[in-house]
Design a protein around this ligand. Structure first.
Ligand SMILES: Nc1ncnc2c1ncn2[C@@H]1O[C@H](COP(=O)(O)OP(=O)(O)OP(=O)(O)O)[C@@H](O)[C@H]1O
Length: 256
């Protein structure tokens, strides 16, 4: 059964169709990659799923329920969390506090409770801290928990972004270029991390330019060009698809 279902999704920016008549599904437990040349509509698609960008038309269904009219935080409550292509780290906060921000997206205590420091708010804060610590342990970053996030390496920041997304306990994790700019060893580490999270039951949708990583990690690949689906399927089929080869002709090979 499809876990995330996208039907006839469209997003226009003026006269430009950034995402056009797009229909596809992500099965529960799947790792699906979205690839395509620059400007193909990958980030717009992520923004549509996360609720940052409203669709011009079409439907998004998660676990059988429509989510396309929900606000971003409501989608987090339904189990969608994301990382960003351009890292959104709070450099002056500690690593642990950065992860706690992700968890706050799901907690019940409102601002007033927080200000009054009621017992419920304090208990909740403690639970958030514990859960954030667990995510850092899960991703091997616990030893940096109390360090200023600004002191992390670029690779550690990428891991921190994933830890923060996990703090919301997502069922569907959207990863926007999780290995972009990373050297080989760190790319391998993030690849292993994604595989481990998936083995724990997290469904993954990722945008990634590193073809070697995409081919090795994904159960299936969706290829976009000019906002449209031009191919979809397992790595072996997609890499030989003439429409895909043509779309990538002249594109720089990011597989280095
Ligand atoms: N807010 C916006 N206003 C106008 N045009 C936009 C906006 N966001 C995206 N676009 C356009 O929509 C198209 C798709 O862009 P998008 O960023 O989704 O592509 P992408 O596949 O993520 O590209 P890249 O691989 O370079 O990140 C592009 O032509 C882009 O210029």
């Amino acid at each position: 059964m499809s876990f995330l279902h996208i039907a006839d999704l469209q997003r226009n920016f003026g006269g430009l169709r950034a995402v056009s008549d797009l229909t596809f599904s992500v099965a529960q437990g799947e790792i699906k990659a979205v690839i395509g040349p620059n400007g193909a509509g990958k980030t717009t698609l992520f923004n549509l799923i996360a609720g940052v960008t409203p669709p011009s038309s079409g439907q998004i269904t998660l676990d059988g329920a429509r989510i396309d009219q929900l606000k971003p935080y409501q989608r987090v409550e339904r189990g969608i969390a994301r990382t960003f292509q351009n890292l959104q780290i709070f450099k002056d906060m500690t690593v642990l506090e950065n992860v706690m921000v992700g968890r706050h997206a799901r907690t019940r205590c409102d601002v007033l409770h927080g200000l009054l420091r009621t017992r419920a708010a304090l208990r909740e804060e403690e639970a958030i801290r514990d859960s954030a610590t667990q995510q850092l342990e899960r991703l091997g970053l616990a030893h940096r928990a109390d360090d200023r996030a600004g002191s992390l390496s670029f690779g550690e920041c990428k891991v921190l972004e994933i830890a923060r997304a996990l703090a919301a306990e997502p069922k569907l994790l959207l990863l926007d270029e999780p290995t972009a700019g990373l050297p080989h060893a760190e790319t391998e580490r993030i690849t292993d991390t994604i595989r481990a999270l998936n083995a724990e039951g997290v469904t993954v949708l990722l945008v990634e330019h590193n073809m070697r990583m995409v081919m090795r990690l994904s159960h299936s690949i969706l290829v976009l060009n000019y906002g449209r689906r031009i191919a979809e399927g397992p790595a072996e089929a997609v890499r030989r698809d003439p429409a895909v080869l043509e779309a990538y002709l002249g594109e720089e090979d990011d597989d280095a």
